[in-house]
Design a protein around this ligand. Sequence first.
Ligand SMILES: [Zn+2]
Ligand SMILES: [Zn+2]
Length: 293
Amino acid sequence: MSELQVAPGGDLGEVAYLRAPAGPERFRRRAQRLAALAPGHAAGDYLAFLALVCEAQAAAAGATRLSPNGRDLPPGRPLDVAAPPPAEWRAALSSILASLEPAAMPGPAREALRQLAAAGAGPLDELAGRVLSGELGADELARAPLVGAALQVPYVLLAAGVGAMPVARAGDAGCPVCGFGPVAGLLLAGDRLRYLSCGLCASEWHLTRLQCAVCRQADQVAYLAVEGGDGVARAEACHRCHAYTKILDVEKAPRLEPAADDLATLSLDLLVAEQGFARTGRNLLLATAGGAS
Ligand SMILES: [Zn+2]
Ligand SMILES: [Zn+2]
């Protein structure tokens, strides 16, 4: 976790409320983790392809220039996801599409690349809005992870600079920096603090353990895991509001990266969904039709 800068934010107690992502390095770490998880995994080809997508994100992030002085970020939620996305996302998309062009990929992914490369700014921004709100048509699913990957680039770069700003504590399950839902929670090694990791800007915010991330109640929380697994991922499921959040244990997998390890543990989501719980937050590298965040 050395790439994370612990930054002050909001109403600080002894625990740092906000941990800002470290910019392009975040995508490199995600690509490396996916590449390490792929061999021997039942969905290994899929994880290996996503590792290439994240390498392309890292290259796009390295080439993206945001002018910090030109941006007057508001306090509260400085990168509000309900506002139009930063225009740089489309340049990031072009860069990602160019990086992926030589890669081997299934037919639908190749077709998605072609459609995105041919789309104009207006339709792309509209598609970005649907990717962020989770209201996707069935014919958009192949394009959505590439759009999600491109959107993450400017949000992560901007969030890397937000660490020094005062950020209000989130009163709901959304990220205090941008409002998007958590992709997973992290149980840190050592102090065993729990942070939720944003599925869009990769900011991490503290939430006391043993309470539901959605309704904040503690009395009806249960932990579910895949039997015989390595114990890295558990679902914190709430019998009060029927939401669950995936919790990843850094002590069991020091190199874990929230979005990557989420994608490698989707069998846990299937198990928990069968029991009637609804997931909190989404992974933008994984598209599902008609879902809400
Ligand atoms: Zn965020
Ligand atoms: Zn709850």
